[in-house]
Each structure stands twice: as C-alpha cells, then as structure tokens.
Ligand binder design. Structure first.
Ligand SMILES: *[C@@H]1O[C@H](CO)[C@@H](O)[C@H](O)[C@H]1NC(C)=O
Ligand SMILES: *[C@@H]1O[C@H](CO)[C@@H](O)[C@H](O)[C@H]1NC(C)=O
Length: 420
C-alpha cells in the first residue's frame, strides 16, 4: 500500500461520460478482489461531556501511512452490515460499492429503492457531481470525478442507522449512491466514500435538513492511527478552538492564507482547502517552489543526505542514524504555519504533520507538488497528514472552520476531550 492510487482522493469536477449498466453488470468482480471482508462491529458507547445538543460520534480507523485513509463504519439498509467508508470533506456524494463480490457490499439495488431522475435529490446530486443525462427516467445516474479516479452508479434511498449522543438510535431515510470505482482496484480496501461537503446531497446536509442535527462535522485524525468523527451540534470544547470564517466555495476553505516556514514567508493570499479525503498535503505552484528551495537550503546545512526510497514521495532524507520515529527527525526541520483571517487564526504544521518515516527509516516529505498532480496551480490542499492530532470543525451553520490540538488517537476513549 502507500501507492498513489490509494492515497489521493478529492472530488473536484465532473465530466459527463457513459455509465456502464451497474444494474446488470457483474464484470467488476475481479476489480474488487481485494475488498476486505467486513465484520459487523459494535461501536463503543459515545462518551462526551460537552454540549447539550444532539449529534453522532463515531470512531475512525485508518492512518496516513501506510493505509492512506481514515474511515468509519456505517450501517445502511435493514441489514446488519456495516460498510467502511472514507470520510471525505472534499466531496459531497455518499456512496457504497454495489454488487461487488464476494462480500461486504451493498446488495444489488432493489428497484423500489431507486431514486427517479426527476427527483429533487437527483438534481441535488447533479448539482454536486455535475449534471449528466439520466439513461432512463426511473433512475438517477451519477459519475463522481476524484483527482485520480472516478466512481459511477445510481442513486438509491435507504435508511441509515445512527446512535445519537442522547442515547437514541435513529434510522433516517437518506439518498446515497450505489456504485463502483471505474479504475483503481486499490480503492477496494474500503467500501465507498462518505461525502461530507456542504452540498445538498452530502450525508451531513441530508441529516441536517431532516432536522436530525445541525450542519456541523468534525474530525480528529490520530497520529498513531484511529481517531473519531462527529456530526451534529455542540461537541465543541470551550475556549480552545481557533476559528476562521468559512469561505463560500465549493470546498471547505478557511479563507485566504499566508504561508511561513519558521518566520520566512513562502506565499500570501493563498487559496487553501481542507480535505479529509486526501492523504497528503499539496501546495500550489508558487508556494511549493518556494518551499522546496527554502527547504533545500535549510537541509544542506543539516547532517542529512537526500535519499530516493519511496516512489510516491520524491523528497526523502537520510539522517546520521536511521530514523525510527518522527521524534528522531523533527529536530532537523522547522514548523510551517498557515495564517488565516489576516493573521488572526494560525494553523501550525509541525514537522510531524508533514513528514513520513519511510520503511527505510528516512524522513520523507508528505507535502507534494499539486500542479504536477494535475490540481490547479493556485490550489493548496491540506490533507490528512497536516490535520493529524487536530480536532477540525466544519461549522456550516455558523459559517466557520475551527481547529484545536487534541490527542486524537486517544480521544474517543476518553470521557472528555483531551485538548492540550
Ligand atoms: C434524541 O434526539 C433526537 C433528535 O433530535 C430526538 O428525536 C430524540 O427524541 C432524542 N432522544 C431522547 C432520549 O431525548
Ligand atoms: C512542480 O510542478 C510543476 C509542474 O509540473 C513544475 O513546473 C515545477 O517545477 C514543480 N516544482 C518543483 C519544486 O518540483
């Protein structure tokens, strides 16, 4: 694992293209041969002491390296099946793999669950994932384009089971895609995507428009793996959260930012997007070039030599002794910082939030050249690696994005939020 195919996920734009007949096709079997068998898993009861509102609090699995994703187990339909879905604040459409043997996938979509083409939910889907003609009036075809792959299928309606923080278990009816990846078999390590963007079709928007809870989502990705994920109201720890206004855009953005390496500026007025569906961080052209030249200058004065050991991570360095953990390497590097809201809101990116210790015990840069990967050259995408051990809150109701340090690997088990 750790291949590029498994690690870069962000929904951007959609091109119309043909939809294979998902309802009748089983040719995808081989493609998904690596799908993990899923077992129903009982969630530990949520324990939170903050707030008086209602939400749902779910444990996360996964890590940045080598898995390249964080995912949650969700139960759709009336079965006892849980699906493991990548949490993705960079896209809207929730979908699960359909009809993909051998197991752990949603069954063939029952005809009575299909959402017709002229349904408002189909229009909402096409507003998020690009309009495309439906093949027939009885069903709503979709195609979601991610940076390195796309998914296609049909929209269906079924219940979702959620345990709320007030103890109730609810079964709201939601619309979600029943589909498959078009290309990459590595993707099959999870059962689909949980789109959490602000568009109407996202799970978050659907649940909030049904009045289940407010339109707020938060994630806490553990540096040692795991963590938790929350949707709803009032999970906020008091006082410790840094807030920036949420910019109106297709993606979650805390507004324009300046970027620093230590005290040295690397760029200003940068468009920054936060995206839990992307493993690494991607800088735009100018900040990336500035960062690499500054970093090279800095590293040349350290007892580090360039290493070429990870195919997907082009910048790696060997230390005087093999690095066994980030703690061994971080002293050779400086902290990056993003300043939002004219400097009022600072997001620190310490070396632990941009370096990976490779299998060869070298330190590799987990910030990549977005332009080279086909992103627009002015986009800076903050991925999982740079949000580790941060509680990140996307508050659509109050139009703000916040973050606070937290020990996310430990947080879910704890009775209170272990904010530092
Ligand atoms: C918990 O909250 C839900 C959604 O607001 C509500 O429908 C339910 O009645 C509440 N349950 C309890 C036990 O208060
Ligand atoms: C990043 O990618 C662009 C486009 O391929 C390239 O022009 C630029 O030199 C790259 N920057 C670095 C530091 O590699």
């Amino acid at each position: 694992m750790g291949g590029k195919g498994a690690v870069l996920l962000v929904a951007l734009l959609v091109a119309a293209s043909d939809l294979a007949a998902i309802l009748s096709c089983s040719a995808a079997a081989n493609l998904y041969a690596t799908a993990l068998p899923m077992k129903p898993k009982a969630s530990p009861p949520p324990q939170i002491d903050a707030g008086h509102g209602v939400g749902a609090y779910l444990p996360l699995q996964g890590n940045v390296y080598p898995q390249g994703k964080f995912y949650v187990q969700i139960s759709f339909g009336n079965s006892q099946n849980f699906y493991s879905l990548d949490i993705d604040t960079g896209s809207d459409v929730p979908w699960v793999q359909c009809e993909v043997p051998p197991q752990a996938v949603y069954p063939r979509p029952p005809m009575d669950k299909l959402i017709p083409c002229d349904d408002p939910r189909c229009r909402a889907l096409h507003a998020s994932a690009g309009a495309r003609p439906c093949k027939s009036p009885e069903r709503c075809d979709f195609l979601v384009q991610y940076v390195d792959d796309s998914a296609e299928g049909v929209l269906i309606a079924d219940t979702l089971t959620l345990r709320l923080t007030n103890g109730s278990i609810v079964h709201p009816l939601v619309a979600f895609g029943c589909g498959r990846w078009r290309n990459d078999k590595d993707r099959a390590t999870t059962d689909g995507m949980l789109g959490l963007g602000s568009g109407e079709i996202s799970i978050l928007s659907q649940l909030s428009s049904q009045g289940v809870f407010g339109k707020l989502v938060a994630h806490c990705l553990g540096s040692r793996g795991g963590g938790f994920f929350f949707m709803g109201d009032d999970m906020l720890p008091s006082g410790k959260v840094t807030w920036a206004p949420m910019t109106r855009s297709f993606h979650y953005s805390p507004g324009p930012a300046s970027l620093f390496w230590g005290n040295q500026p690397l760029g200003s007025n940068l468009m920054v997007l936060l995206d839990s569906g992307t493993t690494y961080t991607y800088f735009g052209l100018q900040p990336y070039n500035n960062f690499i030249s500054t970093l090279n200058g800095h590293v040349s004065k350290q007892p580090l030599t360039r290493a070429y050991d990870d195919h997907w991570l082009p910048y790696c360095w060997r230390g005087p002794r093999p690095f066994s953990s980030i703690a061994d390497a971080q002293g050779y590097f400086k902290q990056l910082e993003l300043r939002f809201a004219d400097g009022a809101a600072s997001m620190k990116i310490p070396p632990a939030n941009y370096l990976i210790i490779s299998e060869h015990h070298n330190a590799c840069l987990g910030i990549l050249n977005g332009t080279e990967e086909g992103l627009q050259s002015n986009i800076n995408l903050i991925g999982d690696i740079s949000m580790l051990d941060l509680l990140v809150v996307y508050d659509n109701d109050k139009q703000r994005i916040g973050w606070a340090s937290a020990d996310c690997s430990r947080a879910f088990k704890s009775a209170t939020y272990p904010l530092e």
